[in-house]
Design a protein around this ligand. Structure first.
Ligand SMILES: [Zn+2]
Length: 249
C-alpha cells in the first residue's frame, strides 16, 4: 500500500466550488485562464480574489490617474467572461506585500466565506520567481489552505471553519496534473486581451504563440491536443510531509 492510497482522490470534474487567488489583476487569466474556462464549462461556481490593486501597472501616462479603477474593471470583465460570479479585492498596494501570516489571515477569511473544494494560487516555489507579491500571495494561500479549518484561525474570526480539499498551483514548473484544455485556449486569450491597459497587440501575439506551444507540449503526454499543468496538493501534504513531491493525483 502506498501512503497516497489512503488519502482523498482528486477529480477535476468534482470541483464545483473554486476560489481563484491572484496577486494582481490579470495573473489568473495569464496563469490559468484555460483551467478556469474549463471549470466554468463543468458548471463550477467560481470566486475571484485579487490581493493587490495593480497600481504599478501603468503602461501609459493616460492611465496614470485612474489605473486602480481601470484594472479592477478589467479584472471583473475578464473574470466574469471566464465564469466567475463574485469578486473580492483586498486592495493592498501593488508591490507592497510583506507579511505572509497577515495576508494568510485575510485569505483564510475568504476561504471560510466561499467554502471552496479547490483553491487556485500562483506557485510561490517557482525557482526564479522574483516578484515578491507572487511569493507572498502563494505562501499565504498555502498557509490559509492548511489553517482555515481551525476553529479560531484567523484570531477573533466569527466565520465557521472550512477545509478545502485541494490547492492547485498555477505558474508552476512542477505540475503533477494535466487538465484537458483543448477547447479552452481561445477563451483564455480573449480574457487576457480584456486587460487592455496592460497588454498590446504584439504581446498578445507572443502570448498566443507561446502558450499554444506550451499547452501542446503539456497535453502530449496525456493525449490531449492542449493541456494545462497544475501542481495539486492536499492539506496534509503541506506541513511536515516529506512525500509531497511524489504525489500524483
Ligand atoms: Zn502578478
Amino acid at each position: 500500500m502506498e501512503i497516497f492510497d489512503i488519502l482523498d482522490k482528486f477529480s477535476f470534474e468534482q470541483m464545483k466550488n473554486v476560489l481563484v487567488i491572484q496577486p494582481h489583476p490579470d495573473d489568473a487569466e495569464i496563469g490559468c485562464g484555460n483551467v478556469i474556462a474549463r471549470l466554468r464549462d463543468n458548471n463550477a461556481t467560481i470566486h475571484y480574489l485579487t490581493v493587490t490593486d495593480g497600481s504599478l501597472g501603468i503602461t501609459d501616462e493616460k492611465f496614470e490617474k485612474d489605473i486602480v479603477r481601470i484594472r479592477r474593471l478589467e479584472a471583473e470583465a475578464s473574470g466574469r467572461f471566464l465564469g466567475a460570479s463574485d469578486f473580492r479585492f483586498l486592495n493592498h498596494a501593488d508591490g507592497s506585500l510583506e507579511s505572509i501570516p497577515e495576508l494568510a489571515g485575510e485569505l483564510a477569511e475568504a476561504i471560510r466565506e466561499t467554502k471552496p473544494d479547490l483553491i487556485l494560487s500562483p506557485d510561490p516555489w517557482l525557482t526564479y520567481e522574483a516578484h515578491n507579491d507572487h511569493i507572498v500571495t502563494g505562501k499565504a494561500a498555502a498557509q490559509a489552505f492548511i489553517s482555515s479549518g481551525l476553529l479560531r484561525y484567523p484570531g477573533n474570526t466569527a466565520t465557521p471553519p472550512h477545509q478545502a480539499g485541494f490547492i492547485a498551483f498555477y505558474f508552476t514548473e512542477n505540475p503533477n496534473y494535466v487538465v484537458d484544455v483543448s477547447d479552452n485556449m481561445e477563451d483564455m486569450f480573449k480574457a487576457i486581451a480584456m486587460h487592455e491597459s496592460q497588454i498590446d497587440e504584439k504581446t498578445m501575439q507572443l502570448y498566443r504563440m507561446y502558450f499554444t506551444y506550451r499547452a501542446s507540449m503539456i497535453g502530449q503526454e496525456k493525449g490531449y491536443r492542449l493541456g494545462a499543468g497544475l501542481k495539486i496538493l492536499q492539506p496534509v501534504m503541506m506541513h511536515c510531509f516529506t512525500e509531497a513531491g511524489y504525489y500524483k493525483p
